[in-house]
Design a protein around this ligand. Structure first.
Ligand SMILES: Cc1cc2nc3c(=O)[nH]c(=O)nc-3n(C[C@H](O)[C@H](O)[C@H](O)COP(=O)(O)O)c2cc1C
Length: 168
């Protein structure tokens, strides 16, 4: 039995979700030579009490084993102008692991994970739970610290390309 409804039009679903404008984040994972990370639009606030953030991660990503091993991750909400960072952490250009961090300034966070200088916000988290479902896992991150820049507009992704907020 297929894991989705047999009548569903998968390209139509992808097309529809491509119209869901979203902020772009880089999820940094790991310490030392074990560092890696991925670009994500599937980030949302999960709960306020306790402060918890949700990220969906494809288990085929190198970050899956790394986040289970590290037990922590950081959400870096990208600023307009940081699309090069998004491309690098999406694996474009074939750069892997720790080398993805080269070329930008990073701050060491309490968990040992790195936070991106100039990002809209950097949210350091302990991994609270990883819920596996189909190809992906829902990462629930218990927030341990938050930093937010002032007067920085976000990088957005819509209809297959990076965008910025009109009028900002
Ligand atoms: C705009 C954009 C949004 C993405 N959002 C997600 C996401 O929410 N979850 C995810 O697992 N992968 C997402 N990806 C893909 C991952 O960034 C990519 O598969 C990952 O970096 C590959 O990592 P690896 O080379 O370390 O395996 C997104 C890619 C782009 C360009």
């Amino acid at each position: 039995m297929p894991s989705y409804h047999p009548s569903v039009d998968v390209p139509a679903f992808k097309h529809a979700m491509g119209r869901l404008a979203g902020a772009v984040s880089v999820i940094t994972v790991g310490t030392g030579q074990a560092r890696t990370g991925f670009t994500a639009t599937s980030v949302s606030s999960f709960s306020i009490d306790p402060p918890t953030i949700l990220v969906s991660l494809n288990k085929a990503s190198s970050s899956w084993a790394a986040v289970l091993d590290a037990g922590s991750f950081a959400v870096n909400i990208l600023a307009n102008g940081q699309s090069d960072v998004a491309d690098r952490f999406a694996g474009r250009g074939g750069i892997k692991g720790n080398d993805r961090y080269v070329g930008w300034d990073w701050d060491r966070l309490g968990s040992g994970t790195l936070g991106l200088a100039g990002a809209v916000s950097v949210i350091d988290c302990d991994l609270d739970e990883a819920i596996e479902r189909h190809s992906h896992a829902i990462l629930l991150g218990r927030v341990r610290s938050v930093e937010t820049s002032t007067d920085v507009s976000p990088l957005l992704y819509w209809h297959g390309s990076y965008q910025n907020l009109a009028g900002v």
